[in-house]
Write a protein that binds this ligand. Structure first.
Ligand code: NAD
Length: 499
Protein backbone atom coordinates (compact mmCIF):
# COMPACT_ATOMS: atom_id res chain seq x y z
CA UNK A 1 0.00 0.00 0.00
CA UNK A 2 1.50 3.32 -1.08
CA UNK A 3 1.64 5.94 1.66
CA UNK A 4 1.40 9.44 0.20
CA UNK A 5 3.05 12.42 1.88
CA UNK A 6 2.76 16.15 2.31
CA UNK A 7 5.13 18.45 0.41
CA UNK A 8 6.55 20.85 2.96
CA UNK A 9 9.68 22.96 2.67
CA UNK A 10 10.63 21.31 -0.61
CA UNK A 11 10.54 17.79 0.83
CA UNK A 12 8.11 14.90 0.80
CA UNK A 13 7.15 14.69 4.46
CA UNK A 14 5.28 11.78 6.04
CA UNK A 15 2.12 12.52 7.97
CA UNK A 16 2.53 12.57 11.74
CA UNK A 17 -1.11 12.93 12.83
CA UNK A 18 -1.75 9.20 12.61
CA UNK A 19 -4.89 9.86 10.54
CA UNK A 20 -5.18 8.77 6.91
CA UNK A 21 -7.83 8.62 4.16
CA UNK A 22 -8.12 5.92 1.51
CA UNK A 23 -7.38 6.90 -2.08
CA UNK A 24 -9.31 4.65 -4.46
CA UNK A 25 -8.92 3.61 -8.04
CA UNK A 26 -12.56 4.36 -8.94
CA UNK A 27 -12.44 2.00 -11.94
CA UNK A 28 -11.63 -1.06 -9.82
CA UNK A 29 -12.90 0.08 -6.43
CA UNK A 30 -9.51 -0.83 -4.91
CA UNK A 31 -7.72 1.29 -2.34
CA UNK A 32 -4.47 2.19 -4.08
CA UNK A 33 -2.90 4.55 -1.54
CA UNK A 34 -3.49 6.24 1.74
CA UNK A 35 -3.11 9.96 2.15
CA UNK A 36 -2.12 11.58 5.45
CA UNK A 37 -4.61 13.98 7.04
CA UNK A 38 -2.70 16.86 8.59
CA UNK A 39 -3.32 18.25 12.05
CA UNK A 40 -2.89 21.87 13.14
CA UNK A 41 0.79 21.35 14.09
CA UNK A 42 1.68 20.09 10.62
CA UNK A 43 -0.17 23.03 9.05
CA UNK A 44 1.61 25.46 11.40
CA UNK A 45 4.99 24.06 10.32
CA UNK A 46 4.15 24.68 6.66
CA UNK A 47 2.96 28.21 7.45
CA UNK A 48 6.17 28.96 9.34
CA UNK A 49 8.30 27.81 6.40
CA UNK A 50 6.13 29.78 3.94
CA UNK A 51 6.37 32.96 6.02
CA UNK A 52 10.18 32.68 6.13
CA UNK A 53 10.54 32.04 2.39
CA UNK A 54 8.00 34.58 1.09
CA UNK A 55 9.80 37.96 1.54
CA UNK A 56 12.77 36.84 -0.59
CA UNK A 57 10.37 35.56 -3.29
CA UNK A 58 8.44 38.84 -3.25
CA UNK A 59 11.77 40.65 -3.79
CA UNK A 60 12.53 38.63 -6.95
CA UNK A 61 11.60 40.87 -9.84
CA UNK A 62 8.34 39.98 -11.62
CA UNK A 63 10.11 39.08 -14.85
CA UNK A 64 12.16 36.43 -13.10
CA UNK A 65 9.08 35.12 -11.35
CA UNK A 66 7.42 34.91 -14.76
CA UNK A 67 10.36 32.87 -16.05
CA UNK A 68 9.61 30.22 -13.42
CA UNK A 69 6.07 30.07 -14.85
CA UNK A 70 7.51 29.75 -18.36
CA UNK A 71 9.74 26.86 -17.33
CA UNK A 72 6.78 25.26 -15.49
CA UNK A 73 4.72 25.32 -18.71
CA UNK A 74 7.54 23.43 -20.44
CA UNK A 75 7.63 20.82 -17.67
CA UNK A 76 3.84 20.36 -17.72
CA UNK A 77 4.06 19.63 -21.42
CA UNK A 78 7.00 17.28 -20.89
CA UNK A 79 5.14 15.31 -18.22
CA UNK A 80 1.64 15.59 -19.70
CA UNK A 81 1.14 11.82 -20.15
CA UNK A 82 2.42 11.03 -16.68
CA UNK A 83 0.20 13.67 -15.08
CA UNK A 84 -2.86 12.57 -17.02
CA UNK A 85 -2.33 8.92 -16.09
CA UNK A 86 -1.95 9.72 -12.37
CA UNK A 87 -5.01 11.95 -12.57
CA UNK A 88 -7.20 9.34 -14.29
CA UNK A 89 -6.05 6.61 -11.90
CA UNK A 90 -7.30 8.51 -8.84
CA UNK A 91 -10.20 10.47 -10.33
CA UNK A 92 -11.52 8.05 -12.93
CA UNK A 93 -11.95 10.48 -15.85
CA UNK A 94 -10.78 9.45 -19.33
CA UNK A 95 -7.21 10.19 -20.40
CA UNK A 96 -8.14 12.87 -22.99
CA UNK A 97 -10.29 14.56 -20.35
CA UNK A 98 -7.46 14.32 -17.79
CA UNK A 99 -5.16 16.06 -20.27
CA UNK A 100 -7.80 18.74 -20.68
CA UNK A 101 -7.75 19.17 -16.88
CA UNK A 102 -3.98 19.80 -17.00
CA UNK A 103 -4.19 22.03 -20.08
CA UNK A 104 -6.93 24.32 -18.73
CA UNK A 105 -4.64 24.86 -15.71
CA UNK A 106 -1.57 25.32 -17.89
CA UNK A 107 -3.36 28.09 -19.79
CA UNK A 108 -3.68 30.08 -16.56
CA UNK A 109 0.04 29.55 -15.91
CA UNK A 110 0.68 30.97 -19.39
CA UNK A 111 -1.46 33.99 -18.51
CA UNK A 112 0.64 34.48 -15.37
CA UNK A 113 3.75 34.83 -17.51
CA UNK A 114 2.31 38.32 -18.08
CA UNK A 115 2.90 39.15 -14.39
CA UNK A 116 5.33 42.03 -15.11
CA UNK A 117 2.63 43.77 -17.14
CA UNK A 118 -0.25 42.77 -14.87
CA UNK A 119 1.50 43.98 -11.71
CA UNK A 120 2.39 47.44 -13.01
CA UNK A 121 1.13 50.18 -10.73
CA UNK A 122 -0.14 53.69 -11.51
CA UNK A 123 1.69 57.00 -11.37
CA UNK A 124 0.52 60.59 -11.40
CA UNK A 125 3.22 63.11 -11.97
CA UNK A 126 2.65 66.48 -10.18
CA UNK A 127 -0.59 65.52 -8.46
CA UNK A 128 -0.04 68.72 -6.44
CA UNK A 129 2.78 71.24 -6.22
CA UNK A 130 5.94 69.12 -6.23
CA UNK A 131 3.86 66.10 -5.32
CA UNK A 132 3.81 62.75 -7.09
CA UNK A 133 1.31 60.04 -6.37
CA UNK A 134 1.78 56.38 -7.22
CA UNK A 135 0.32 53.01 -6.36
CA UNK A 136 1.84 49.58 -6.26
CA UNK A 137 0.39 46.10 -6.05
CA UNK A 138 2.09 44.15 -3.32
CA UNK A 139 1.70 40.46 -2.47
CA UNK A 140 -0.38 39.50 0.56
CA UNK A 141 2.23 37.18 2.10
CA UNK A 142 1.17 33.62 2.87
CA UNK A 143 -1.94 32.54 0.98
CA UNK A 144 -3.85 29.25 0.93
CA UNK A 145 -6.24 27.31 -1.30
CA UNK A 146 -8.62 24.40 -0.71
CA UNK A 147 -9.59 22.50 -3.84
CA UNK A 148 -12.19 19.89 -4.93
CA UNK A 149 -11.68 16.40 -6.33
CA UNK A 150 -13.12 17.03 -9.77
CA UNK A 151 -10.27 19.08 -11.29
CA UNK A 152 -7.17 18.08 -9.32
CA UNK A 153 -4.77 19.77 -11.78
CA UNK A 154 -6.71 22.72 -13.17
CA UNK A 155 -8.13 24.28 -10.01
CA UNK A 156 -4.91 24.13 -7.94
CA UNK A 157 -3.12 25.85 -10.88
CA UNK A 158 -5.90 28.46 -11.15
CA UNK A 159 -5.02 29.40 -7.59
CA UNK A 160 -1.31 28.90 -7.07
CA UNK A 161 -0.07 30.23 -10.42
CA UNK A 162 -1.41 33.80 -9.95
CA UNK A 163 -0.71 33.75 -6.18
CA UNK A 164 2.93 32.85 -6.75
CA UNK A 165 3.39 35.08 -9.81
CA UNK A 166 2.28 37.97 -7.57
CA UNK A 167 5.04 37.16 -5.05
CA UNK A 168 3.05 35.23 -2.44
CA UNK A 169 3.76 31.89 -0.81
CA UNK A 170 0.91 29.42 -1.31
CA UNK A 171 -0.25 26.46 0.77
CA UNK A 172 -2.45 24.04 -1.15
CA UNK A 173 -4.88 21.74 0.67
CA UNK A 174 -6.08 19.55 -2.20
CA UNK A 175 -8.94 17.09 -2.16
CA UNK A 176 -8.10 13.97 -0.18
CA UNK A 177 -9.70 11.91 -2.98
CA UNK A 178 -6.99 12.58 -5.60
CA UNK A 179 -3.92 14.18 -4.04
CA UNK A 180 -1.15 12.76 -6.25
CA UNK A 181 -1.29 15.27 -9.10
CA UNK A 182 -1.15 18.30 -6.75
CA UNK A 183 2.00 16.77 -5.18
CA UNK A 184 3.51 16.28 -8.64
CA UNK A 185 2.71 19.89 -9.58
CA UNK A 186 4.55 21.19 -6.49
CA UNK A 187 7.63 19.16 -7.44
CA UNK A 188 7.50 20.48 -11.00
CA UNK A 189 7.28 24.09 -9.80
CA UNK A 190 10.51 23.58 -7.88
CA UNK A 191 12.14 21.94 -10.87
CA UNK A 192 11.10 25.07 -12.78
CA UNK A 193 13.10 27.19 -10.33
CA UNK A 194 10.67 28.06 -7.55
CA UNK A 195 12.43 28.39 -4.18
CA UNK A 196 11.54 25.83 -1.52
CA UNK A 197 8.67 26.76 0.77
CA UNK A 198 6.81 28.95 -1.75
CA UNK A 199 4.45 26.19 -2.88
CA UNK A 200 3.62 23.54 -0.32
CA UNK A 201 0.98 20.83 -0.31
CA UNK A 202 -0.58 19.90 3.01
CA UNK A 203 -3.04 17.05 2.66
CA UNK A 204 -6.01 16.76 4.93
CA UNK A 205 -9.68 17.18 5.68
CA UNK A 206 -11.72 19.55 7.88
CA UNK A 207 -8.99 19.62 10.54
CA UNK A 208 -6.42 20.97 8.06
CA UNK A 209 -9.00 23.39 6.63
CA UNK A 210 -9.79 24.74 10.09
CA UNK A 211 -6.06 25.11 10.79
CA UNK A 212 -5.89 27.33 7.68
CA UNK A 213 -8.95 29.35 8.66
CA UNK A 214 -7.75 30.09 12.19
CA UNK A 215 -4.09 30.72 11.35
CA UNK A 216 -3.18 34.39 11.86
CA UNK A 217 -0.35 34.40 9.31
CA UNK A 218 -2.43 33.19 6.35
CA UNK A 219 -3.83 36.25 4.61
CA UNK A 220 -6.19 34.82 2.03
CA UNK A 221 -8.14 31.65 1.37
CA UNK A 222 -9.41 30.44 -1.97
CA UNK A 223 -11.95 27.61 -2.00
CA UNK A 224 -13.67 25.58 -4.70
CA UNK A 225 -16.09 22.81 -3.76
CA UNK A 226 -19.66 22.24 -2.64
CA UNK A 227 -21.88 25.10 -1.48
CA UNK A 228 -22.34 24.14 2.19
CA UNK A 229 -18.54 24.01 2.67
CA UNK A 230 -18.10 27.20 0.61
CA UNK A 231 -20.51 29.00 2.95
CA UNK A 232 -18.70 27.67 6.02
CA UNK A 233 -15.26 28.68 4.73
CA UNK A 234 -16.44 32.08 3.55
CA UNK A 235 -18.14 32.89 6.86
CA UNK A 236 -15.34 31.59 9.05
CA UNK A 237 -12.50 33.02 6.96
CA UNK A 238 -14.08 36.46 6.71
CA UNK A 239 -14.75 36.48 10.47
CA UNK A 240 -11.02 35.85 10.95
CA UNK A 241 -10.27 38.93 8.85
CA UNK A 242 -8.98 37.06 5.81
CA UNK A 243 -9.59 37.81 2.17
CA UNK A 244 -11.75 34.93 0.96
CA UNK A 245 -13.21 33.77 -2.34
CA UNK A 246 -15.35 30.62 -2.41
CA UNK A 247 -16.85 28.90 -5.45
CA UNK A 248 -19.66 26.43 -4.81
CA UNK A 249 -22.02 23.99 -6.47
CA UNK A 250 -24.19 24.33 -9.55
CA UNK A 251 -27.33 23.33 -11.41
CA UNK A 252 -26.75 24.51 -14.95
CA UNK A 253 -29.74 24.93 -17.27
CA UNK A 254 -29.56 24.77 -21.05
CA UNK A 255 -32.56 26.28 -22.80
CA UNK A 256 -33.47 24.90 -26.19
CA UNK A 257 -35.63 27.20 -28.30
CA UNK A 258 -37.89 25.81 -31.06
CA UNK A 259 -35.60 27.32 -33.74
CA UNK A 260 -32.42 25.65 -32.41
CA UNK A 261 -30.46 23.20 -34.50
CA UNK A 262 -31.60 20.00 -32.76
CA UNK A 263 -28.59 17.94 -33.88
CA UNK A 264 -26.25 20.51 -32.35
CA UNK A 265 -28.35 20.79 -29.21
CA UNK A 266 -28.41 16.99 -28.73
CA UNK A 267 -24.64 16.74 -29.27
CA UNK A 268 -24.10 19.58 -26.81
CA UNK A 269 -26.30 17.94 -24.18
CA UNK A 270 -24.71 14.55 -24.44
CA UNK A 271 -21.19 16.01 -24.02
CA UNK A 272 -22.03 18.61 -21.39
CA UNK A 273 -24.39 16.36 -19.44
CA UNK A 274 -22.39 13.15 -19.31
CA UNK A 275 -18.73 14.13 -19.93
CA UNK A 276 -16.57 13.38 -16.86
CA UNK A 277 -19.60 11.37 -15.57
CA UNK A 278 -21.37 14.69 -14.94
CA UNK A 279 -18.80 15.57 -12.26
CA UNK A 280 -18.18 19.09 -13.54
CA UNK A 281 -19.39 22.27 -11.92
CA UNK A 282 -20.17 23.50 -15.44
CA UNK A 283 -21.96 20.30 -16.53
CA UNK A 284 -25.43 20.82 -17.94
CA UNK A 285 -27.78 18.96 -15.62
CA UNK A 286 -31.09 20.48 -16.76
CA UNK A 287 -32.30 20.76 -20.37
CA UNK A 288 -35.28 23.10 -20.70
CA UNK A 289 -37.10 22.60 -23.98
CA UNK A 290 -39.43 25.44 -24.99
CA UNK A 291 -42.65 23.82 -26.17
CA UNK A 292 -43.66 20.15 -26.18
CA UNK A 293 -42.91 19.84 -29.87
CA UNK A 294 -39.31 21.03 -29.27
CA UNK A 295 -38.97 18.56 -26.39
CA UNK A 296 -40.17 15.68 -28.57
CA UNK A 297 -37.90 16.60 -31.48
CA UNK A 298 -34.95 16.93 -29.12
CA UNK A 299 -35.62 13.62 -27.37
CA UNK A 300 -35.76 11.85 -30.70
CA UNK A 301 -32.15 12.94 -31.33
CA UNK A 302 -30.93 12.75 -27.75
CA UNK A 303 -32.14 9.33 -26.57
CA UNK A 304 -30.10 7.25 -29.06
CA UNK A 305 -27.00 9.31 -28.26
CA UNK A 306 -27.41 8.76 -24.52
CA UNK A 307 -28.09 5.07 -25.02
CA UNK A 308 -24.93 4.77 -27.13
CA UNK A 309 -22.63 6.30 -24.50
CA UNK A 310 -19.60 4.14 -23.75
CA UNK A 311 -18.77 3.92 -20.07
CA UNK A 312 -15.53 2.34 -18.92
CA UNK A 313 -12.12 2.65 -17.30
CA UNK A 314 -9.55 5.20 -18.52
CA UNK A 315 -7.29 2.29 -19.48
CA UNK A 316 -9.62 1.61 -22.42
CA UNK A 317 -8.17 4.75 -24.06
CA UNK A 318 -10.22 6.70 -26.57
CA UNK A 319 -12.97 4.06 -26.63
CA UNK A 320 -14.66 5.49 -23.57
CA UNK A 321 -16.92 8.55 -23.26
CA UNK A 322 -16.84 8.72 -19.50
CA UNK A 323 -15.47 6.79 -16.54
CA UNK A 324 -16.59 5.91 -13.03
CA UNK A 325 -17.65 8.45 -10.40
CA UNK A 326 -15.17 9.22 -7.68
CA UNK A 327 -16.28 7.11 -4.71
CA UNK A 328 -18.80 4.44 -3.68
CA UNK A 329 -20.50 7.14 -1.58
CA UNK A 330 -20.90 9.41 -4.65
CA UNK A 331 -22.38 6.48 -6.57
CA UNK A 332 -24.81 5.68 -3.76
CA UNK A 333 -25.90 9.33 -3.54
CA UNK A 334 -26.58 9.47 -7.30
CA UNK A 335 -28.58 6.23 -7.15
CA UNK A 336 -30.59 7.55 -4.20
CA UNK A 337 -31.44 10.76 -6.06
CA UNK A 338 -32.42 8.82 -9.20
CA UNK A 339 -34.85 6.82 -7.06
CA UNK A 340 -36.38 10.06 -5.71
CA UNK A 341 -36.88 11.19 -9.32
CA UNK A 342 -38.83 8.01 -10.10
CA UNK A 343 -40.79 8.21 -6.84
CA UNK A 344 -41.68 11.85 -7.40
CA UNK A 345 -43.07 11.20 -10.87
CA UNK A 346 -40.34 12.03 -13.40
CA UNK A 347 -40.21 9.79 -16.45
CA UNK A 348 -36.95 7.82 -16.71
CA UNK A 349 -36.42 7.73 -20.48
CA UNK A 350 -32.95 6.22 -20.36
CA UNK A 351 -32.44 3.93 -17.38
CA UNK A 352 -28.81 3.63 -16.32
CA UNK A 353 -29.57 1.62 -13.20
CA UNK A 354 -27.99 -1.79 -12.82
CA UNK A 355 -25.17 -0.82 -15.12
CA UNK A 356 -22.54 -3.53 -15.01
CA UNK A 357 -19.12 -3.68 -16.61
CA UNK A 358 -17.54 -7.09 -16.88
CA UNK A 359 -14.25 -7.25 -15.00
CA UNK A 360 -14.98 -4.01 -13.17
CA UNK A 361 -17.88 -5.10 -10.97
CA UNK A 362 -16.41 -3.30 -7.95
CA UNK A 363 -15.75 -0.02 -9.81
CA UNK A 364 -17.87 3.04 -9.12
CA UNK A 365 -19.56 3.11 -12.53
CA UNK A 366 -22.96 4.71 -13.05
CA UNK A 367 -24.84 4.21 -16.30
CA UNK A 368 -26.30 7.21 -18.14
CA UNK A 369 -29.74 8.38 -16.99
CA UNK A 370 -32.15 10.69 -18.78
CA UNK A 371 -35.32 11.97 -17.13
CA UNK A 372 -38.21 13.68 -18.92
CA UNK A 373 -41.11 15.65 -17.39
CA UNK A 374 -39.01 16.90 -14.49
CA UNK A 375 -40.71 19.62 -12.43
CA UNK A 376 -39.53 22.31 -10.03
CA UNK A 377 -40.60 20.56 -6.84
CA UNK A 378 -38.51 17.42 -7.44
CA UNK A 379 -35.29 16.65 -5.56
CA UNK A 380 -33.51 15.81 -8.83
CA UNK A 381 -34.20 19.41 -9.92
CA UNK A 382 -33.41 21.18 -6.69
CA UNK A 383 -30.22 19.31 -5.72
CA UNK A 384 -26.88 19.05 -7.43
CA UNK A 385 -26.58 15.36 -8.42
CA UNK A 386 -22.99 15.52 -9.76
CA UNK A 387 -23.41 12.36 -11.80
CA UNK A 388 -24.43 11.19 -15.30
CA UNK A 389 -28.07 12.20 -14.89
CA UNK A 390 -29.72 14.73 -17.19
CA UNK A 391 -33.16 16.16 -16.39
CA UNK A 392 -35.40 17.39 -19.17
CA UNK A 393 -38.04 20.02 -18.37
CA UNK A 394 -40.78 21.29 -20.61
CA UNK A 395 -41.50 25.02 -20.54
CA UNK A 396 -44.45 26.41 -22.46
CA UNK A 397 -42.59 29.56 -23.54
CA UNK A 398 -39.28 31.44 -23.33
CA UNK A 399 -40.35 33.44 -20.26
CA UNK A 400 -41.10 30.29 -18.31
CA UNK A 401 -37.76 28.77 -19.37
CA UNK A 402 -35.64 31.78 -18.40
CA UNK A 403 -37.63 32.03 -15.16
CA UNK A 404 -36.60 28.50 -14.17
CA UNK A 405 -32.91 29.32 -14.52
CA UNK A 406 -33.35 32.67 -12.77
CA UNK A 407 -35.27 31.22 -9.80
CA UNK A 408 -32.83 28.39 -9.11
CA UNK A 409 -30.59 28.98 -6.09
CA UNK A 410 -27.43 28.17 -8.06
CA UNK A 411 -26.06 30.49 -10.71
CA UNK A 412 -22.83 29.06 -12.07
CA UNK A 413 -23.35 28.55 -15.80
CA UNK A 414 -26.15 28.41 -18.34
CA UNK A 415 -26.66 28.17 -22.08
CA UNK A 416 -29.24 28.91 -24.72
CA UNK A 417 -29.58 27.15 -28.06
CA UNK A 418 -31.30 29.30 -30.67
CA UNK A 419 -30.79 30.82 -34.10
CA UNK A 420 -32.51 34.02 -33.04
CA UNK A 421 -30.16 36.88 -32.15
CA UNK A 422 -32.80 38.87 -30.26
CA UNK A 423 -33.61 35.97 -27.97
CA UNK A 424 -29.94 35.20 -27.35
CA UNK A 425 -29.20 38.84 -26.57
CA UNK A 426 -32.15 39.16 -24.23
CA UNK A 427 -31.10 35.97 -22.44
CA UNK A 428 -27.49 37.12 -22.01
CA UNK A 429 -28.63 40.49 -20.64
CA UNK A 430 -31.32 39.37 -18.22
CA UNK A 431 -30.04 36.10 -16.81
CA UNK A 432 -28.73 36.24 -13.20
CA UNK A 433 -25.99 33.67 -13.79
CA UNK A 434 -22.23 34.27 -14.00
CA UNK A 435 -21.24 32.40 -17.16
CA UNK A 436 -23.47 32.25 -20.22
CA UNK A 437 -23.17 30.27 -23.44
CA UNK A 438 -24.95 31.11 -26.68
CA UNK A 439 -24.94 27.84 -28.63
CA UNK A 440 -22.00 26.86 -26.40
CA UNK A 441 -22.94 24.32 -23.71
CA UNK A 442 -20.09 24.67 -21.19
CA UNK A 443 -19.08 28.33 -21.33
CA UNK A 444 -15.92 28.12 -19.19
CA UNK A 445 -14.11 31.40 -19.83
CA UNK A 446 -10.52 31.25 -21.05
CA UNK A 447 -7.55 32.11 -18.82
CA UNK A 448 -7.47 35.82 -19.69
CA UNK A 449 -11.15 36.27 -18.78
CA UNK A 450 -12.45 35.42 -15.33
CA UNK A 451 -14.38 32.44 -13.98
CA UNK A 452 -17.15 32.75 -11.42
CA UNK A 453 -20.81 32.05 -10.81
CA UNK A 454 -23.51 34.09 -9.07
CA UNK A 455 -26.00 33.36 -6.31
CA UNK A 456 -25.14 30.24 -4.22
CA UNK A 457 -22.37 29.30 -6.64
CA UNK A 458 -20.01 32.02 -5.47
CA UNK A 459 -19.19 33.84 -2.25
CA UNK A 460 -16.90 36.82 -2.52
CA UNK A 461 -16.43 39.49 -5.13
CA UNK A 462 -13.41 38.66 -7.28
CA UNK A 463 -13.50 35.80 -9.79
CA UNK A 464 -10.87 33.18 -10.48
CA UNK A 465 -8.02 33.71 -12.98
CA UNK A 466 -7.73 36.56 -15.49
CA UNK A 467 -7.25 40.10 -14.17
CA UNK A 468 -9.34 39.38 -11.03
CA UNK A 469 -6.75 36.88 -9.77
CA UNK A 470 -4.07 39.57 -9.81
CA UNK A 471 -6.37 41.74 -7.72
CA UNK A 472 -7.23 38.94 -5.30
CA UNK A 473 -3.58 38.05 -4.66
CA UNK A 474 -2.26 41.59 -4.21
CA UNK A 475 -3.11 44.63 -2.15
CA UNK A 476 -2.77 48.16 -3.34
CA UNK A 477 -0.54 50.68 -1.61
CA UNK A 478 -0.73 54.30 -2.68
CA UNK A 479 2.15 56.65 -2.00
CA UNK A 480 1.97 60.45 -1.98
CA UNK A 481 5.46 61.83 -2.17
CA UNK A 482 7.06 65.26 -2.01
CA UNK A 483 10.76 66.02 -1.72
CA UNK A 484 11.93 68.71 0.74
CA UNK A 485 12.54 71.31 -1.98
CA UNK A 486 8.85 71.07 -2.93
CA UNK A 487 7.58 72.01 0.56
CA UNK A 488 6.44 75.63 0.45
CA UNK A 489 4.14 76.07 3.47
CA UNK A 490 4.22 75.37 7.20
CA UNK A 491 1.76 73.09 9.04
CA UNK A 492 -1.73 72.71 7.53
CA UNK A 493 -4.76 72.12 9.73
CA UNK A 494 -7.54 71.61 7.18
CA UNK A 495 -7.69 68.68 4.76
CA UNK A 496 -5.05 69.23 2.03
CA UNK A 497 -6.50 70.12 -1.37
CA UNK A 498 -4.43 69.75 -4.52
CA UNK A 499 -5.20 73.26 -5.75
P1 NAD B 1 -16.31 19.24 -1.22
O1 NAD B 1 -16.97 20.49 -0.79
O2 NAD B 1 -16.72 17.95 -0.60
O3 NAD B 1 -14.72 19.35 -0.93
C1 NAD B 1 -13.97 20.44 -1.38
C2 NAD B 1 -12.80 20.66 -0.43
O4 NAD B 1 -13.31 20.96 0.87
C3 NAD B 1 -11.89 19.45 -0.27
O5 NAD B 1 -10.56 19.88 -0.24
C4 NAD B 1 -12.32 18.85 1.06
O6 NAD B 1 -11.26 18.20 1.74
C5 NAD B 1 -12.77 20.07 1.83
N1 NAD B 1 -13.83 19.74 2.82
C6 NAD B 1 -14.76 18.75 2.71
N2 NAD B 1 -15.56 18.76 3.79
C7 NAD B 1 -15.15 19.78 4.58
C8 NAD B 1 -15.59 20.31 5.83
N3 NAD B 1 -16.63 19.78 6.49
N4 NAD B 1 -14.95 21.37 6.34
C9 NAD B 1 -13.91 21.92 5.70
N5 NAD B 1 -13.43 21.45 4.52
C10 NAD B 1 -14.04 20.40 3.96
O7 NAD B 1 -16.41 19.17 -2.81
P2 NAD B 1 -15.95 18.00 -3.78
O8 NAD B 1 -16.88 16.85 -3.62
O9 NAD B 1 -14.49 17.76 -3.68
O10 NAD B 1 -16.20 18.71 -5.21
C11 NAD B 1 -17.44 18.74 -5.85
C12 NAD B 1 -18.16 20.05 -5.62
O11 NAD B 1 -17.36 21.13 -6.02
C13 NAD B 1 -19.45 20.17 -6.43
O12 NAD B 1 -20.43 20.77 -5.62
C14 NAD B 1 -19.06 21.10 -7.57
O13 NAD B 1 -20.12 21.82 -8.15
C15 NAD B 1 -18.11 22.00 -6.88
N6 NAD B 1 -17.23 22.67 -7.81
C16 NAD B 1 -17.43 24.00 -8.04
C17 NAD B 1 -16.62 24.66 -8.93
C18 NAD B 1 -16.82 26.13 -9.19
O14 NAD B 1 -15.94 26.75 -9.75
N7 NAD B 1 -17.93 26.71 -8.81
C19 NAD B 1 -15.61 23.98 -9.61
C20 NAD B 1 -15.42 22.63 -9.34
C21 NAD B 1 -16.23 21.98 -8.44
Amino acid sequence: MQELTHYIGGEHVKGTSGRFADVFNPATGEVQAKVPLANADEMAKAVEIAAKAQPAWAAVNPQRRARVMMAFVGLLNRDMDKLAEALSREHGKTLPDAKGDVIRGLEVVEYCIGAPQLLKGEFTDSAGPGIDMYSMKQPLGVTAGITPFNFPAMIPMWMFAPAIACGNAFILKPSERDPSVPLMLAELMEEAGLPKGILQVVNGDKEAVDAILYDDTIQSVGFVGSTPIAEYIYGTGCAQGKRVQCFGGAKNHMIIMPDADMDQAADALVGAGYGAAGERCMAISVAVAVGDETADRLLEKLVPKVEALKVGPYTSGNDVDYGPVVTAAAKANIERLVQTGIDQGAKLVVDGRNFNLQGYEDGFFVGPHLFDNVTKDMDIYQKEIFGPVLSMMRAQNYEEAIGLAMDHEYGNGTAIYTRDGDTARDFANRINIGMVGVNVPIPVPLAYHTFGGWKKSMFGDLNQHGPDAFKFYTRTKTITSRWPSGIKEGGEFSIPLME
